[in-house]
Design a protein around this ligand. Structure first.
Ligand code: PLP
Ligand code: ZN
Length: 522
């Protein structure tokens, strides 16, 4: 007879509890202690003894694990084979049939201890609370994914679908991705470098940020797993994406934000009919509450219990960069960091393409992370060589979308930056605004404050000699300036108002461009 083993017998006091998990412990109190001792019948709504597998005579097991926070309707169940072994990854459907699978995502794996879990709405390891990541059967992927196959598909993030964790057809966000990779020669001249590109997700569909990618995956997965209600903890852009894509998919959305975000971000969530809730507190408090809500109501929170799937969506930025460069990896990528997920997924994407033989040459890309000085937990970790993230308790920056003081993937982002020979820097608000303007004036791209952070940090890394001037550089612009207008209002000049008369225009030109006027009258 099998039994699900939840954790070591030493109980939760013996394990490190990361911030993401802490609210769950608080919310359920002593129940989790019982669960850790494997007592049947004590559960959080995710682990409970069921005779279903056995009574059908299908599987030899005593206990059945249902997924964390799933919907109440009948759904797939997962079984453990024997005492202490990893859970079997053998799903049975409602009729008790084991489906034939052509799925490429093989499971979830703990990034700390390597324990394998089934593809369910679960984001942490029950042994050590490590984050879970999607794993793939790359042999299966290689059967259908080639350069030719990719190029024959529509220009969206789904052209790399074998490397995204959806089983079957994606149902949400069909048109997401496929954004321009712009050769930025005018900006390159301004920075004194020779080969510079902008990956421009400021024009991603539908809500003008890279978050549409992660949400397309998370909500496709949510539909697949049977969730009707979805949600997120957001610094702004994620709220817009969840609200819009949930509306288009007919899902109910609860979007939680820190109070005081930019109007464009708030309006850009409410317009879609989502329930938008502003929390008196900063992002980490919002995130904590969302963990509790996801557990309490069994909803699909894209960056809580659906996080392993959600995060994989960011890989499509990396795939598009490599394809856009003619199937090669750049020498440098500079990416903004909030939770610290995007930067790691871009690198994972490049390594997956390399593994599948899709690239000319190896991946030797140095990954650089950008943060604002007012919220720089990951940059500080890299710069000081610290072993752990030191959370920022009270973020203060105009780059509100990056204001995550206790980043879920901060440790891994910092490790990756060091392993790839990259670096991380932070910049103050004045530098952010200057960089936003520089990008707009040289390349005609209006980015939000996060993009200002990324460009200003790139400039800093070039000046420090950490990025060679003659190597290829990709700057990830992840959001649109229309959404963060407030800090620009004081900075950019207002239009001059004149009467509709040629002589008034000529009088104006005398101050604006006197040389031009002198030339035309000569
Ligand atoms: C515009 C923008 N860029 C970058 C990020 C950072 O992404 P990550 O949390 O994966 O580090 C965010 C996160 O909210 C964002 O809104
Ligand atoms: Zn683990």
């Amino acid at each position: 007879m099998g039994q699900i083993r939840w954790s070591t017998a030493s109980g939760p006091s013996a394990v490190v509890v990361p911030s993401l998990i802490a609210p769950i412990l608080t919310a359920v109190g002593p129940k989790i202690l019982d669960r850790n001792h494997g007592a049947p019948g004590n559960h959080l709504g995710q682990a409970r003894p069921q005779g279903r597998g056995r009574s059908r005579g299908v599987l030899d097991c005593e206990w059945v694990l249902t997924s964390m926070g799933g919907p109440a309707r009948p759904r797939r169940v997962w079984v453990s084979a024997e005492e202490g072994s990893p859970l079997s990854s053998c799903p049975i459907d409602r009729e008790g049939v084991i489906p034939v699978s052509l799925e490429t995502a093989s499971g979830l794996k703990c990034r700390l201890c390597g324990k394998i879990y089934p593809k369910e709405a679960l984001n942490f390891c029950t042994e050590d609370f490590g984050p879970l990541e999607v794993t793939y059967d790359y042999q299966q992927v290689a059967r259908t994914l080639s350069r030719a196959a990719i190029q024959a598909r529509p220009r969206s993030m789904w052209r790399y679908r074998e490397l995204l964790p959806i089983d079957g057809e994606p149902t949400v966000g069909e048109h997401v991705g496929g954004t321009p990779l712009v050769r930025a020669d005018r900006l390159a001249r301004a920075l004194g470098v020779s080969e510079l590109y902008i990956k421009n997700d400021a024009v991603n569909y539908p809500t003008l940020s890279f978050k549409d990618r992660v949400v397309a995956v998370a909500l496709s997965k949510a539909v697949e797993l049977g969730f009707q209600t979805v949600g997120c903890a957001s610094t702004g852009n994620l709220a817009n994406s969840v609200a819009a894509l949930a509306a288009a998919a007919g899902l109910d959305a609860y979007v939680l934000l820190p109070e005081g975000l930019e109007q464009g971000k708030v309006l850009g969530a409410t317009i879609y009919g989502a329930k938008v809730i502003a929390i008196e507190g900063h992002y980490d408090q919002v995130n904590r509450l969302c963990s509790q809500i996801a557990f309490r109501f069994g909803w699909g929170f894209v960056n809580v219990n659906l996080r392993p799937f959600y995060a994989e969506g960011s890989k499509s930025v990396g795939f598009e960069i490599a394809e856009g460069l003619g199937w090669r990896a750049p020498d440098h990528v500079v990416a903004p960091m909030a939770g610290g997920s995007l930067i790691g997924k871009i690198h994972k994407a490049l390594k997956e393409f390399e593994l599948l033989g899709l690239l000319d040459g190896p991946v030797a890309t140095r990954m650089h992370g950008a943060q604002a000085t007012g919220c720089n937990p990951i940059a500080a970790m890299v710069k000081t060589g610290a072993a752990k993230v030191k959370p920022i308790r009270n973020p203060q920056t105009i780059a509100k979308s990056l204001a995550i003081g206790d980043p879920a993937d901060g440790y891994f982002a910092s490790k990756l930056i060091q392993e790839t020979g990259g670096w991380s820097e932070d910049v103050d608000d004045a530098a952010i605004l200057e960089a936003m303007q520089l990008l707009a004036e040289t390349e005609g791209i209006w980015t939000e404050t996060a993009g200002g952070v990324t460009l200003a940090v790139t400039q800093k890394l070039i000046d420090q000699g950490r990025i060679d001037r003659d190597e290829s550089i990709v700057i990830c612009i992840t959001g649109n300036g229309l959404k963060t207008q407030e800090p620009l209002l004081q900075r950019v000049s207002r239009p001059v108002v004149i009467k509709p008369r040629l002589e008034d225009f000529e009088a104006l030109l005398e101050t604006l461009a006197p040389a031009l006027l002198a030339g035309s009258s000569a």
